[in-house]
Design a protein around this ligand. Structure first.
Ligand SMILES: Cc1cc2nc3c(=O)[nH]c(=O)nc-3n(C[C@H](O)[C@H](O)[C@H](O)COP(=O)(O)OP(=O)(O)OC[C@H]3O[C@@H](n4cnc5c(N)ncnc54)[C@H](O)[C@@H]3O)c2cc1C
Ligand SMILES: NC(=O)c1ccc[n+]([C@@H]2O[C@H](COP(=O)([O-])OP(=O)(O)OC[C@H]3O[C@@H](n4cnc5c(N)ncnc54)[C@H](O)[C@@H]3O)[C@@H](O)[C@H]2O)c1
Length: 474
């Protein structure tokens, strides 16, 4: 950590950014590029949850397991591989990738680019004012133009008797532990649960059980996504139990074990319990009252990221509840910075966050991966679109067979039949993460299906699956 304040000494800046996760970082960068002065306030670490305890360490923990399984799927490589992952080396690499949670280099990058950095807890204190509690005392910052709230989200704990007292893991412990727990129980079955369950199973946990209160996985995606991910998890040794509720948790058992009592009459004993049951906005202690808003709730914004009725308060990333992904926080940051810069010149912005409503991309980094964008078939129908789905077996594409012997994967496109454009796409399989960007371009650009016939995938890549899909979609 650095001293509490670094950069130009003034306490008045064009913009104050509260929270330096991916949203706050990218807003600061865009505002500086626009020639505005910025004070960046962060209570913990620059990089936020994503870089330090979420996206980045979890992906580093998953990658080696995926690489090992991929190699096992290729004749010639399979025969020469023996033994499991070296978990200690994977975890050391994880810690290296996130700079051992030392953000001094990031702070220097921002102050070197002209920002003022203040380490401390920020609270709104009336129009364009933020009070920061730092290690050295109380600092009052004033903005001439705007305050951007980018304080992210924190774990939402379900109300289960004994859970809080049992000292469960959240994503923070699950991405910083240095040894695999022998037995891990995971409460919840969303993205955090599935990625971290597979990661720890690959890293040596002997038994990993995921407890889902629902009957299927990934209910807001196409049904085949949840089915293929379930197969992949089970193949890698993760036990997924559906339709179960936790009645009680107790850590008082001998040996520090944690006992989870389920509503089907059974009990699970494990060494750690990971709570992965969703997030809530970090707005409890942010002074939202000063802006006429309610603490603890999401900060609702318009498509320029500004709070309706305010001419100075903006909110970006997880805290506005629009789409809880790092890339969306970054998109919001670019939109908010453009809006503040335009309004400082008396103009209205021409770059608004319209894609939040119809073209959010997402990748679930399990094996298999799920990469999707836009609407599922059910969502499209729900919006009154005359939608049709076309599907293809990715395993039949030569490019996929070259990635893995017996490649298993599936792709679907959702077509708006009246407009003759794509409104959604889903890719499931090994190494599909990057394939979704082409679909995002088609969805956002509303590329007519007729034009897609002229988009030629290179041979022999997995993108050749588009050659099956486009004629069926037209
Ligand atoms: C395990 C896990 C894995 C994930 N993987 C992915 C992934 O692969 N891809 C993806 O797109 N998304 C992923 N996500 C979601 C992603 O982490 C969030 O969408 C992203 O971090 C949101 O960025 P943000 O800037 O809004 O908030 P955050 O990253 O939460 O940053 C907010 C910052 O604000 C600071 N702060 C809060 N209150 C104050 C205050 N009052 N004063 C000063 N500072 C304050 C915090 O300390 C924090 O640094 C993952 C989430 C989890 C939990
Ligand atoms: N690869 C990625 O992009 C990635 C990875 C991890 C997280 N994220 C994002 O971060 C956010 C948080 O992820 P998450 O997995 O914590 O949330 P989530 O909302 O995706 O999943 C929460 C899960 O918890 C379950 N649940 C909720 N309350 C429960 C209760 N009382 N008892 C039992 N189960 C309960 C839900 O049914 C669901 O399965 C999400 O928006 C997610 O998309 C993204």
């Amino acid at each position: 950590m650095t001293s509490s304040s670094v950069g130009p000494a003034s306490n008045t800046h064009d913009v104050i950014v509260v929270g330096a996760g991916p949203g706050g970082e990218d807003a600061t960068t865009a505002l500086l590029r626009a020639g505005l002065s910025v004070a960046m306030v962060e209570s913990e670490l620059v990089g936020g949850e994503c870089f330090n305890w979420a996206c980045v360490p979890s992906k580093a923990m998953l990658r080696a397991g995926h690489a090992l399984r991929s190699a096992h799927r290729l004749p010639g490589a399979h025969e020469v591989i023996s033994g499991p992952l070296q978990a200690a080396a994977v975890l050391a690499h994880r810690d290296e990738v996130i700079s051992h949670r030392d953000d001094s280099g990031l702070v220097e990058g921002f102050t070197g680019a002209g920002a003022t950095f203040v380490r401390g807890h920020g609270r709104l204190d009336g129009p364009r004012r933020v009070v920061v509690e730092t290690a050295d005392g109380r600092l009052v910052l004033t903005a001439t133009l705007a305050v951007i709230v980018a304080t992210g989200s924190t774990v939402a704990f379900p109300d289960v008797p004994g859970l809080a007292q049992a000292g469960p893991w959240t994503n923070r412990e699950a991405t910083s532990a240095r040894r695999a727990p022998r037995r891990l129980t995971v409460l919840g079955s969303g993205a955090v649960a599935l990625e971290l369950a597979q990661a720890w199973r690959s890293l040596g946990s002997e038994r990993v059980v995921v407890l889902s209160r629902r009957a299927t996985l990934l209910p807001d995606l196409e049904p085949f996504a949840g089915e293929l991910v379930l197969e992949g998890l089970r193949d890698s040794g993760v036990d997924v139990r559906f339709g179960v509720r936790v009645l009680r948790v107790d850590r008082s058992a001998a040996g520090g074990e944690v006992a989870v009592q389920l509503d089907d009459g059974t009990a699970l004993v494990s060494d750690e319990l990971l709570v992965a049951t969703g997030k809530r906005p970090t707005t409890q202690d942010l002074g939202l009252e000063a802006a006429g808003l309610r603490p603890g709730e999401i900060v609702e914004v318009d498509d320029s990221m500004r709070v309706p009725g305010s001419d100075w308060l903006y909110a970006i990333g997880d805290v506005n509840g629009r789409a809880l992904f790092t890339h969306q926080a970054s998109y919001h940051a670019r939109v908010a910075a453009a809006a503040i810069a335009a309004r400082s010149q008396g103009a209205e912005p021409d770059f608004l966050a319209e894609a939040d409503s119809y073209a959010v991309p997402r990748v679930l980094f399990t094996d298999p991966e799920v990469a999707s964008v836009g609407l599922s078939h059910a969502q499209a129908v729900g919006r009154g679109i005359r939608a049709r789905v076309v599907e293809a077996d990715l395993g039949k594409v030569l490019g996929a067979q070259l990635h893995a012997d017996g490649y298993r994967g599936r792709v679907s496109l959702v077509v708006d039949q009246d407009a003759s454009v794509l409104v959604g796409a889903t890719f499931v399989g090994q190494d599909v993460a990057d394939m979704v960007h082409a679909a995002s371009v088609a969805v956002v650009g509303r590329v007519p299906l007729e034009r897609l016939r002229h988009v030629i995938p290179s041979f022999p890549t997995m993108s050749e699956v588009w050659l099956d899909l486009v004629p069926s979609a037209s």
